[in-house]
Design a protein around this ligand. Structure first.
Ligand SMILES: *Cc1c(COP(=O)(O)O)cnc(C)c1O
Length: 362
């Protein structure tokens, strides 16, 4: 029996990848913002309708760390407990203090109505995740940030292709980050980008991601190495021509789940009004953790492996100094899984998954 995992990395025809790689051979140039990286940046900006200041990076975590470095000032950062661990670990890694605000149980994004109560004179920024590609309430968050003079960072790791109110979701906030990890909807094996509408921030971030270089022998800022290589960019360039097909195929699978999963015992994520979504994940929420465990056990027996995205709730991480309780996030984290969703997932496998879930929950 073949394994069905929560996702399967999309790979382009190898000939097309090699053709792009051969440009790196011709140039004899593998990194330091070569032709392929520049071409990838241009094509992504074009595809996502982003005008400027997009910097591709070696993964999706370094950009989070750079954004926290830029705005954190060793202070408190308000954040969501319902995300991948990188959202919280980046804050702690940069010696800032995560201050958790519970999530909205319908959209699963940070509850914008609870943010203000968490702001203190030590708050420097909000780091929120557009979780599963579902935008936060960006208007309300912007208002709060302006009022209290703090910055907004969006972990938009899941958001390639997401449009909110007619604009790419990457336009919102002071800085947004994306991941091109092999499990994400668009990927470069490992990779990502960081973007800011403000030139001043973008200039700093650009230097951060390249050791602080300002010319070959000048170092203006502190920096690290966050550069994407030509080998990664070649992968991205060979996948980009397929991205519309990828969105379309994933939509078909999500529609199939929606039509066939008997939903009275399951809750689905509510996509925020005004969003053109990218079908990056298919999360379902059970009534109890026992239901979840029973269904996962049955699926695993048939070599079907959904993932518990995201569990545990990040406020419970062992290395956090201050323990807080986030009732909604902790509760949902225990009851949510993401079902298999990828190009090439066959209808007969979908039927198998749906039959098991429907049978167990009736
Ligand atoms: C994948 C992911 C990251 C980290 O991205 P990498 O490219 O794996 O470093 C950060 N935040 C979220 C929400 C993610 O899902």
């Amino acid at each position: 029996m073949k394994e069905i995992n929560v996702t399967q990395t999309f790979l382009p025809p190898i000939k097309e990848y090699i053709e792009l790689l051969s440009k790196a051979w011709i140039n004899n140039w593998l990194t330091n913002r070569g032709d392929l990286v520049l071409e990838l940046e241009k094509k992504i900006k074009n595809k996502l309708q982003l005008e400027k200041n997009l910097i591709v990076t070696t993964n999706g975590t370094i950009p989070l760390q750079m954004a926290v470095k830029l705005f954190g000032n060793n202070k408190e950062i308000i954040t969501t407990p319902f995300s991948y661990v990188a959202t919280t670990s980046s804050i702690v890694w940069e010696n800032c203090k995560p201050v958790f605000v519970d999530i909205d149980p319908l959209h699963l994004t940070i509850d914008e109505n609870k943010i203000e109560a968490a702001i203190t004179e030590n708050t420097s920024a909000i780091l929120a995740t557009h979780v599963f590609g579902n935008p936060c309430d960006v208007e309300k968050i912007e208002k709060i940030a302006k009022k209290h003079n703090i910055k907004v960072i969006y972990d938009a790791a899941h958001c390639f292709g997401v449009v909110y109110k007619g604009k790419s979701v990457f336009n919102f906030g002071d800085v947004s980050t994306c991941s091109f990890h092999a499990t994400k909807i668009f990927h470069t094996g490992e990779g990502g980008f960081i973007i800011s509408n403000k030139d001043e921030y973008a200039d700093k971030l650009f230097k951060y991601h390249n050791f602080g270089h300002d010319g070959p022998e000048n170092f203006k800022e502190i920096g690290i190495n966050g550069k994407m290589s030509e080998l990664q960019a070649a992968m991205g360039l060979s996948i980009l021509p397929y991205i519309d097909m990828i969105f379309k195929e994933r939509k078909k699978i999500v529609d199939y789940y929606e039509e066939n999963l008997s939903s009275s015992f399951l809750t689905k994520i509510l996509i925020r009004k005004g969003t053109i979504w990218n079908y990056s994940y298919y999360p379902i929420i059970f009534e109890t953790e026992n239901d979840l465990l029973r269904v996962v056990y049955k699926l695993n027996q048939k070599k079907i492996f959904p993932r518990r995205y995201f569990n545990p709730s990040l406020n419970t991480l062992s290395y956090l100094q201050k323990k807080v309780v986030m009732p909604i996030s902790e509760d949902i984290s225990r009851r949510i899984i993401c079902l298999p969703l990828y190009v090439g997932l066959e209808e007969k496998d979908l039927e198998k998954i749906i039959a098991i879930i429907n049978f167990e929950l009736c």
